[in-house]
Design a protein. Structure first.
Length: 307
């Protein structure tokens, strides 16, 4: 149903999802090949994380305006808390914010990214997530999904997400949940989950997800960073604490990746939804999904080839 199947099937004894490098140990490469993710402890410094946190709070207070960024809020809380971090759930597409975008250029992060993408690296999609304390409404539960569902570029094996915990993330405050090994499966159909009035815009989930599938909760400390494949099935639970669970992330891709036409694939309905949102926000016509990604994409290392 989609070009995602173009990724090669790994041969026994060979590496398909990582590139030859002197950064990862053989054990780390084998773990990623088998499971589709790799956790690196204390990769990002406390100092950098505090700088990102301060910038996020400035954005919440509207002291900073980022061109093109999408700031997701729980409008029902605004009357209670006004302009504050207690209302903002996510800052997406922060590529125009110099301070937050520093995350995508950190040498310690790019050193690992290169193990998956190669030396020519594009930062494609940026997010700072502030998972708010939740109730039974499950407003900020993100259903299990594959990130490739959102991406009109390939090959999948040359795309990787870097996701850094800005404070301890565990089952109580809604840490990441992954389904190891699912990066070897094709891209599956996604849509809004059947929760009455509970789904945020574009929070799509797998249509036929088996709740009994084995899952791993990634308990992470501040500065820990997980790298994962865009076909890995993952999500996050609700935040049952009174605090906020922050993380900062970027999807990177090799600049040698190429755009695909998603028409007549299982991603076609996503393109329609995104294009409608862009049209509504900017009153533009004849926009395609690849145009949106062209706007987001930034070269962070090496040279720009295709993307």
């Amino acid at each position: 149903p989609t070009s995602a199947q173009a990724s090669a099937v790994p041969q026994p004894g060979s590496f398909c999802y990582t590139l030859d490098n002197d950064v990862l140990t053989t054990e780390q490469r084998q773990f990623y090949e088998e499971n589709g993710y790799l956790l690196i402890k204390k990769l990002v410094s406390d100092e950098d994380i505090e700088r990102f946190r301060k910038e996020f709070i400035r954005i919440c207070k509207k002291e900073v305006n980022i061109p093109g960024a999408m700031i997701m809020k729980d409008e029902s809380l605004r009357s209670q808390y006004g302009q504050s971090e207690k209302v903002v759930n996510k800052v997406q597409d922060f590529q125009e914010d110099e301070e937050l975008f520093r995350y995508c250029t950190l040498p310690e992060v790019l050193k690992y990214v290169e193990c998956f993408t190669g030396p020519n690296i594009m930062a494609m999609h940026t997010m700072l997530i502030n998972k708010l304390p939740d109730s039974d409404k499950q407003t900020f539960l993100h259903p299990m999904h594959q990130d490739l569902h959102y991406f009109p570029f390939r090959p999948a094996a040359r795309i990787v997400c870097a996701w850094t915990a800005m404070e301890r993330a565990d089952q109580d405050n809604g840490c990441l949940v992954v389904q190891p090994g699912t990066h070897k499966e094709p891209l599956k159909p996604h849509s809004y989950p059947k929760w009455e009035g509970k789904a945020n815009k574009l929070f799509h989930g797998l249509l036929d997800y088996d709740e009994k599938s084995p899952r791993v909760h990634l308990v992470m400390e501040k500065g820990d960073t997980v790298f994962f494949h865009p076909l890995l099935i993952h999500g996050s639970g609700i935040n049952k604490t009174s605090g906020f669970r922050k993380s900062i992330s970027c999807h990177f891709a090799s600049s040698e990746c190429y755009y695909i036409d998603v028409k007549n694939t299982i991603q076609e309905h996503l393109e329609k939804e995104v294009v409608e949102m862009v049209h509504k926000k900017y009153n533009t016509t004849s926009v395609e999904l690849r145009d949106v990604w062209n706007f987001r994409a930034r070269l962070v290392q090496g040279e720009r080839i295709n993307l």
